[in-house]
Ligand binder design. Structure first.
Ligand SMILES: [Zn+2]
Length: 423
């Protein structure tokens, strides 16, 4: 164990001074340090806990040299010089506005709204898509590795020291509940297919706030011994909403989140999870790839709607009355909002609605006219001037920061994509 004030030499020169102990885990301890006038986190390994420390260190060095990783990953930045067989690395420190995923799961931290929830899912999925496309697997995906900013859903992913090229395995098994069944059964080492299983678990937990395999059947095992855990997550896994097997359904009073959030999910999301945790449990090569999840999540983002009370919901799952008006749980019946329909994406135009680009960059937002709040506009959040055509044919340029008026028939070109306001 190192102490505050200790100076740790770095491989490329200079030294980092320990200013605080941040936490200790199975593999090592993380400290806060100062290096060259800037704060970093320093992870120092317990060398005896690593199966092959030399290979592990070579892999770390490769990660420090890789500058192409998605910015969501907090990659190792610099290696320490080895002292007494021990070694570690510096990484960026996680800003305090980013909260552990586990605190979102246990409801200690709440998202600002559905856009933040879906955007965090998109951030995680696109980061893993890039990682897998560049030939790496993360190997140990679980809630401990993700930090989320609840105001907008931005994500930072730590524990990147286990990232390795396909086919290389650093001896990490993973966290129960997140591991693919074939790993739990001891048949396989982590690879991109097992990462894809873990991604489905992460997305399920993010959107449904519960465990996809923990229902009635698991509760019946009085205590979750290691043997019972291997059975429920490895040998006899059953999805809580398996359409052909209702033996492991969520239990009211215990799994309230899953019951509540499953009801408000559109069918296409429920079907994706059904597939992931039925066919996907036993056939790794059929698991959804990241691109499929991204398309579904972007569609989900476009299906966000809101009542004037502020409550947000996904349109396909909102009940409607005999006149076709949407029924909010607050009691208000409201008309389906107008849509902004583009070639690649579409959104519903409620007060505060947001249009994002391919990833999570904000392109436009619905605002009310300050003088006449009955007039709604689409505010330009891009740096380019938009070309807009009003229903009467009049052309209008909308500079960055200004708003295009929203009438049925208004068309506007945003980042090369043509959109039209429709009923
Ligand atoms: Zn309402």
């Amino acid at each position: 164990m190192l102490k505050i004030g200790d100076k740790i030499p770095l491989e490329l020169g200079g030294s980092a001074e320990i200013t605080a102990v941040l936490g200790s885990g199975g593999q090592g301890t993380v400290y806060r340090v100062m290096f060259s006038g800037k704060e970093y986190a320093l992870k120092v390994y317990f060398p005896k806990k690593l199966k092959r420390p030399d290979i592990f260190r070579d892999n770390l060095r490769r990660l420090t040299e890789d500058k192409t990783a998605n910015e969501a990953f907090l990659m190792p930045k610099m290696l320490t010089a080895p002292v007494d067989n021990s070694f570690g690395f510096l990484m960026d420190i996680i800003p305090s506005e980013y909260k552990p995923f586990s605190e979102i799961l246990n409801a200690r931290v709440k998202f600002s709204g559905l856009y933040s929830v879906v955007n965090s899912a998109i951030r995680i999925t696109s980061a893993f898509r890039e990682l897998h496309n560049s030939g790496y697997s993360y190997q140990d995906m679980n809630d401990g590795g993700f930090f989320i900013r609840p105001s907008d859903g931005d994500v930072l992913i730590c524990d990147c020291d286990n990232i390795a090229p396909y086919g290389e395995h650093l001896g990490i098994a993973g966290k129960p509940g997140y591991m693919a069944p074939e790993i739990v059964r001891g048949e396989k080492a982590p690879d991109k297919f097992t990462d894809r299983y873990s991604l489905a678990v992460v997305l399920f937990r993010l959107l449904l706030r519960g465990d996809p395999l923990e229902g009635n059947k698991v509760l019946k095992s009085v205590c979750l011994t290691e043997e019972a855990e291997r059975r429920h997550y490895g040998f006899e896994p059953i999805f809580v909403y398996d359409p052909d097997d209702d033996s492991n359904r969520p239990v009211r009073g215990v799994h309230n989140n899953i019951i509540k959030f499953w009801r408000i999910m559109p069918d296409y999301i429920r079907e994706a999870f059904e597939f992931s945790f039925t066919t996907g449990l036993s056939e790794p090569s059929k698991r959804l790839i990241e691109k499929q999840w991204l398309d579904l999540l972007k569609r989900l983002r476009g299906d966000i709607t809101a009542c004037q009370c502020g409550a947000q919901n996904f349109l396909p799952a909102v009940e409607s009355d005999s006149e076709g008006k949407l029924i909010c749980p607050c009691g208000i019946h409201y008309s389906k909002p107008l849509s902004l329909v583009g070639a690649k994406s579409s959104i519903l135009l409620f007060d505060g609605a947001k249009l994002f680009g391919d990833n999570v960059d904000l392109r436009a937002e619905v605002v009310r006219n300050k003088v006449n709040p009955a007039l709604w506009g689409l505010k330009n959040h891009t740096s380019d001037e938009w070309k807009c055509v009003l229903p009467n044919g009049e052309e209008k340029n909308v500079p960055s920061g200004k708003a295009a008026p929203i009438f049925v028939g208004t068309s506007v070109e945003i980042d090369g994509e043509k959109f039209e306001v429709k009923e």
